[in-house]
Design a protein around this ligand. Structure first.
Ligand code: DGL
Length: 281
């Protein structure tokens, strides 16, 4: 695998396309191979064991495509299967998740006591992964700020499981989605937050709507952009940036319907073709 090999990206379905789109905009010379496990979505209400099993299967598929990087563009899989995928892949490719870059960004931009909220699927929030990683980042820098990470983040999290089906059914910027957003985001867990992490790759679709709910007084992080910038930094530092685009992007899914194709365009903001590729026995 060389620097002109593709970047493999996977998600439970089409949500990871928000990350793929940010990456494609920032790094147009990088070729992407996307895999959306639409036959098994959602991952957000599955057990860790099941998410690990699916993630390893997709990692094997992306390895066969000779990907230099495997980016887990799903918070539920990043929270529950990152260590397992990384151990399984070994030195055959670099494995990245969507949680570490966001934790690093949020910790480094905070230099005073700050209260951050996290919203995501049940699988992500119940895993406690964001809290653990933020705590580890804070310990790492306690006694000094050599790394620029703040030990003073107060973290609160809330599972918002209705957001994924709501977005996938096209309920965005309307009364129904406003009511659901209001119902979740006015819960006491998120009282007084100064910034919010969108811990699900579907949520960038409703980022503006969420900002508006908070009267633009809460910093709703642009997680897709943060992740794309982290991938760019990593590839640059490792000398792995592609020097020329080696083929077209491919978007595979484990199951497809005309509706998936339709909403994929909403997530990627331009027309893409989803190709069915069954990797499951
Ligand atoms: N996009 C997935 C994530 O970031 C959520 C969708 C699902 O539950 O499968 O967690």
């Amino acid at each position: 695998m060389g620097k002109n090999s593709p970047i493999g990206i996977f998600d439970s379905g089409v949500g990871g396309l928000t990350v793929a789109h940010a990456l494609n905009t920032l790094l147009p010379a990088e070729r992407m191979i996307y895999y959306g496990d639409t036959a098994h979505l959602p991952y957000g209400d599955k057990s860790k064991d099941t998410i690990v099993q699916y993630s390893l299967g997709i990692a094997d598929f992306l390895l066969k495509q000779k990907c230099k990087v495997i980016l887990i563009a799903c918070n539920s899989a990043s929270a529950n299967a990152f260590d397992e995928v990384k151990a399984h892949v070994g030195d055959r490719a670099v494995v990245m998740n969507v949680i570490d870059p966001v934790v690093k960004y949020v910790c480094s931009e905070t230099d005073s006591v700050s209260s951050v909220g996290i919203i995501g699927t049940k699988a992500t929030i119940d895993s406690g992964t964001y809290e653990k990683k933020i705590a580890a980042a804070s310990v790492h820098c306690s006694g000094g700020s050599a790394t620029g990470l703040s030990p003073r983040l107060q973290v609160s999290s809330l599972a918002t499981p209705l957001f994924v089906p709501m977005i996938e059914e096209g309920f965005v910027f309307d009364d129904i989605s406003n009511a659901i957003i209001r119902s979740y985001l006015s819960r006491k867990e998120l009282e007084g937050i100064e910034s919010l992490i969108l811990g699900c790759t579907h949520y960038p679709i409703i980022r503006n709507q969420i900002s508006r709910f908070f009267n633009f007084e809460v910093n709703v992080h642009d997680t897709s952009q943060i992740i794309a910038l982290a991938v760019q930094k990593f590839l640059t530092e490792q000398g792995l940036l592609s020097s020329k685009r080696a083929g077209i992007d491919l978007f595979y899914v484990s199951d497809t319907t005309p509706y998936f194709e339709f909403i994929a365009n909403m997530f990627f903001t331009k027309k893409i073709h989803l190709e069915k590729k069954s990797i499951w026995k």
